[in-house]
Design a protein around this ligand. Structure first.
Ligand SMILES: [Mn+2]
Length: 354
């Protein structure tokens, strides 16, 4: 109920009489509903949940305090009814989620309504995690740590990246992860220079980097971690690249604290990698927030304007990617604390040679 109170405060500060929510992340955050379809209409005093027949029973049991209404296949009709009944004229909406088609329909059904972008409100609500959210994220990350240990004993030349990904996913689900937080990245050899190299049929070979980037989900909360290992004995060049990325990752961990912006955090890593001569090979941002969504605010990148605060959970994931050679990324999940930062990912970052 606290979350609804916080939302209502932000609503009134933004001249809204209500909000319409149906992105899975915001819907779950505000109502606890884990299903795949449902609309929240939150007014100054009302809390309506509109869904369809499939979710009638589930909504009744998960959404305590909500007035559940079932639409018979035409959600717009029911929504218009609920919004009018709540007396909402100035309605906040998720401009990063609602389609143009849906907005047009809404305008047609409720011509007098004034739609107000509300994305920034939901960012504010979700950006700092409470203790139960942090516990869930830590639990997801702990499963990932176990999985990393497990997969080290499984990886060998001759296996395909897809086989490694499958074993990893099987293991994390067996340990209680409800799913994968995103498509598992297993990128070996020259494919390791693809920052988002989804596991392919390529076979793992000796004398190459292997990057594993994967996430677990626990009670709806994601984890995110990347480790890069070497198959065989690393050459000086491989080690130099690895050590540069590791140094960037470690310096960011020392620098992360409340009061700095995402851009400043990004710069710590970028300066180290640039000074080592690899600046052009670090083309993505340093990190991102993690919660119900795998990518959320705050962004740790050149566009990271948000000032970090205790309770935010972010990633620290510098990388160097050299086309035709390979790449390294090392990613930790990190909790911003009152005095600095604490890593949630516990897996070793020493270069592992398999
Ligand atoms: Mn990430």
């Amino acid at each position: 109920m606290n979350r609804i109170q916080n939302l209502r405060k932000l609503m009134s500060g933004n001249m809204m009489e209500g909000v319409l929510v149906y992105s899975p992340e915001n819907r779950r955050y505000l109502s606890g509903f884990t299903g795949s379809a449902g609309f929240l209409v939150i007014g100054k005093e009302s809390m309506d949940f509109v869904t369809d027949f499939r979710y009638m029973e589930q909504a009744e049991s998960q959404c305590k305090g909500w007035k559940v209404a079932i639409h018979g296949g035409n959600p717009m009709e029911k929504l218009a009814e609920v919004i009018s009944k709540a007396g909402i004229k100035r309605l906040g909406f998720e401009e990063d989620f609602m389609t143009v088609m849906f907005r047009d329909d809404l305008k047609k059904s409720l011509p007098e309504i004034k739609l107000i972008p509300a994305r920034s409100i939901f960012v504010k609500l979700r950006i700092k995690k409470d203790n139960s959210e942090i516990e869930n994220i830590c639990k997801a990350a702990a499963i990932a740590d176990e999985a990393f240990k497990h997969i080290l004993g499984y990886i060998r030349p001759g296996l395909s990246e897809a086989e490694v990904a499958l074993e990893l996913e099987y293991f994390i689900k067996k340990r209680g992860s409800s799913g994968i937080a995103f498509e598992t990245i297993v990128a070996s050899g020259i494919r390791s220079s693809l920052p988002h190299g989804i596991a392919s049929e390529k076979k793992i070979e000796a004398m190459e980097f292997l990057t594993l980037d994967f996430g677990c989900v626990y009670n709806g909360y994601c984890s995110d971690m990347t480790r890069t290992v070497f198959i065989g004995k690393a050459t000086r060049k491989h080690r130099e690249i690895y050590d540069t990325v590791l140094r960037a990752n470690a310096e960011v961990l020392k620098g992360l604290r409340p009061g700095i912006t995402g851009r400043e955090a990004d710069k710590i890593a970028r300066d180290i990698i640039s000074n080592a001569g690899y600046g052009e090979y670090f083309g993505h941002g340093l990190g991102h927030g993690v919660g119900i969504a795998i990518h959320e605010d705050p962004k740790l990148s050149i566009v990271g304007n948000i000032v970090l605060e205790a309770g935010m959970v972010v990633t620290d994931e510098p990388g160097i990617y050299i086309p035709g050679f390979g790449g390294v990324r090392i990613e930790d999940l990190v909790l911003i604390t009152e005095t600095g930062a604490e890593t949630i990912s516990k897996s070793t970052k020493e270069l592992i040679e398999l």
